[in-house]
Design a protein around this ligand. Structure first.
Ligand SMILES: [Zn+2]
Length: 159
């Protein structure tokens, strides 16, 4: 997998309910020094599920941690990737109440940005679920349950 570090300056939020268009963040220095131990398991799964598309080296330099992410009544940021820094930040509040499937989905989505350089893909399936794991709205749990295999295979095609 080629590293397109020049594109790391783009910032992608993943949001709940509505799009956070125009949201900007002015971070230029990494906040974390490595991958938080609680997140390491899911990062390892991201490599493992890729079935050889990725190896551990592709995750070199990745930093990842928890934070209180911005929210208002209508939208909530669950995670974000700082491409320039190869850093992912995950909402601590969301993580604490999320299921295993939701955690996996969120980490894979953010690494889809930070490791695979994939942008959002906002098409939907007939049942209302996102057609791709890189949809910018976080799906209902049934979508993750019903379409996980599809999400994973489509994700790595672009990685
Ligand atoms: Zn996103």
């Amino acid at each position: 997998m080629k590293k397109l570090t020049i594109f790391r300056c783009i910032f992608y939020p993943i949001v709940l309910i509505t799009i956070l268009s125009g949201y900007q963040d002015s971070r230029f220095i990494n906040k974390y020094s490595d991958v938080h131990p609680e997140l390491k398991y899911y990062v390892d799964k991201f490599v493992k599920f890729s079935d050889g598309v990725l190896d551990a080296e592709d995750l070199d330099g990745l930093t990842m941690g928890f934070a209180d992410l911005p929210k208002d009544n209508k939208k909530r940021t669950l995670g974000r990737c700082f491409l320039l820094l190869n850093e992912v930040e995950i909402s601590r509040n969301f993580w604490n109440t999320a299921s295993e499937g939701q955690r996996m989905y969120l980490v894979f989505h953010e690494l889809g940005h930070c490791t695979c350089f994939i942008m959002h893909k906002n098409e939907e399936l007939e049942d209302g679920c996102p057609s791709h794991l890189m949809h910018e709205e976080f799906p209902e749990e049934r979508c993750i349950f019903n379409h996980w295999d599809r999400y994973v295979s489509e994700l790595y095609k672009d990685c």
